[in-house]
Design a protein around this ligand. Structure first.
Ligand code: CAA
Ligand code: NAD
Length: 303
């Protein structure tokens, strides 16, 4: 491979640290481990790490079954091999020390993300690439918590839920991101079996810029009492070919995440305000702790 002429020393990405062992972090850790990368999965408590492990176990069984439909021993081998690539810890600074790439997938809150990246910047080696899986926040703003040099190797790496099944990754380019780092991210994305697209650092990037206003508009149909959740979902599945209707998809994404996104965009602007006006049914469900599938109840009941 040709020597890089960039200021940043290039190093092949072998070790990935994933911070946040929730829906997304667990999925990102899983697909990276399946691709033979070494993964360190981090969360704040052992309970959260255990939750991540459960998410991975449930999903990887499906993947293994698909790879080796008739052979249970091979399925188990595949599962064990992937788990051998994953270690877990509650110490994010320690986990940063030998990371070539850090992917953050914690709560959608800019202050919490900035604090984390500030700490990681001090702990990680110079060459470590930093990425956020944020759905809706400005990657440029998050990156401001880090040094000038780190910001040149700081991007959005946006996966989709469920990570093991969705084939897209949006690579979000800030003004400061070096081309060589973008290329490395595109390469690692392909290595883990996903298709990268490049986009600028705008609210929602590509997918969520289109998908979130659509889902909020579906909630407004419910707010106005124009149709039932079931009928909205059936309509979009059978009438528009969507794999899930917008209401069940919102439960799947997480209603807290949906609300963080809509509230955040309303505050920061950069998007047509009428697209993100508050929706009562969403605010009410979140206030009741009905956060969708992950909490057992949302628009629908999963218990
Ligand atoms: N783990 C591993 N594999 C999984 C999986 C999981 N959790 N869920 C689904 N799969 C795989 C299945 O094994 C199956 O694979 P094959 O086609 O190769 O056999 C495939 O995915 C389809 O699954 P199923 O047949 O079981 O079920 P389905 O056809 O109903 O598909 C689905 C399930 C893929 C989730 C589909 O309903 C879907 O695409 N839903 C929409 C999801 C979506 O829009 N996600 C984006 C949300 S927005 C977001 O993520 C961005 C953000 O920032 C908020
Ligand atoms: P989640 O609530 O399932 O998981 C978040 C995890 O982060 C939890 O386990 C929590 O304990 C942990 N956490 C919180 N603060 C932490 C910290 N300081 N250090 C370490 N761990 C911490 O959330 P999620 O759905 O996985 O979303 C994570 C990120 O991914 C968010 O930025 C979200 O916007 C984005 N995202 C979500 C989806 C989706 O469909 N849910 C899709 C794409 C991107």
């Amino acid at each position: 491979r040709a020597m890089s002429t960039s200021a940043i020393q290039q190093k092949e990405i072998r070790n990935i640290t994933v911070i946040g062992a929730g829906l997304m972090g667990a999925g990102i850790a899983q697909v990276a481990a399946q691709a033979q990368l070494k993964v360190t999965l981090v969360d704040t408590t052992d309970k959260a790490l255990e939750n991540g492990r459960t998410i991975i176990t449930n999903s990887i069984k499906r993947v293994a079954k698909k790879k080796h439909p008739e052979d249970q021993a091979k399925q188990q081998e595949y599962i064990d091999a992937a788990f051998q690539n994953i270690s877990t810890t509650t110490d994010s600074k320690q986990a940063a020390k030998d990371a070539d790439l850090i992917v953050e997938a914690i709560v959608e809150n800019i202050k919490v993300k900035q604090q984390l990246f500030k700490d990681l910047d001090a702990a990680a080696p110079e060459h470590t690439i930093f990425c956020s899986n944020t759905s809706s926040l400005s990657v440029t703003e998050i990156a401001k918590a880090t040094s000038d040099k780190r910001r040149q190797q700081f991007a959005g790496l946006h996966f989709f839920n469920p990570v093991p099944a969705m084939k897209l990754v949006e690579i979000v380019r800030t003004e400061e991101l070096q081309d060589t780092v973008f290329d490395q991210l595109a390469e690692v994305t392909k290595k883990i079996g996903k298709t990268p697209v490049s986009c600028k650092d705008t609210p929602g990037f590509i997918v969520n810029r289109l998908l979130v206003p659509y889902m909020l508009e579906a909630f407004r149909i419910l707010d106005r009492g124009e149709a039932s959740p079931q009928d909205v979902d059936t309509a979009m599945k059978l009438g528009a070919g969507m794999p899930m209707g917008p209401i069940e998809l919102a439960d799947f994404v997480g209603l807290d995440t949906m609300k963080f996104i809509a509230d955040g965009w309303r505050e920061t602007g950069g998007i047509e305000p009428s697209l993100v006006t508050p929706v009562k049914v969403l605010d009410d469900l979140v206030a009741e702790g009905r956060l969708g599938r992950k909490s057992g109840k949302g628009f629908y009941d999963y218990t």
